[in-house]
Design a protein around this ligand. Sequence first.
Ligand SMILES: [Zn+2]
Ligand SMILES: [Zn+2]
Length: 153
Amino acid sequence: MVNPMQGECQCGQVKYELTKPAFVAYTCHCRACQKLSSSAFNLCMQVPAEALAISQGNAASRVRVADSGNELTSWFCTACGSALFAQNSARPRIRTLYAGTLDNPESVEVSAHIWVKRKLPWIILPQEHRIFEGAGDWTEDYADDMSRYKPEG
Ligand SMILES: [Zn+2]
Ligand SMILES: [Zn+2]
């Protein structure tokens, strides 16, 4: 992965830049991500909040309450509806970037898959990747920066 990376919504009105490497990249097969992406799974990348900035246009945000009780804020283009990234209220220094919006999504090194119990049956996952039936555990990915992942200790 070469930084900075750029991405944009489907119509191109909103563009963003990512200036630091991701902590982890994974696919999420939960129902919320299937609905959000209107597809089989969502390609996600957890990145440092301060390294992600909108470089053109304005993204709108909406908030939903996750099963965990945390508030998930997601940002999207009001013109075309593409969802770009999100923030979990429990981890304010992390953004979850929806990596399908990157200009070069092929450069994302996916290493894990979460909510696999909701995975559509025809998707075959690489067995050398980390596979989680439910939520992912990213403790090892944040080993150098644990306060970001577990702000309350
Ligand atoms: Zn757009
Ligand atoms: Zn999901």
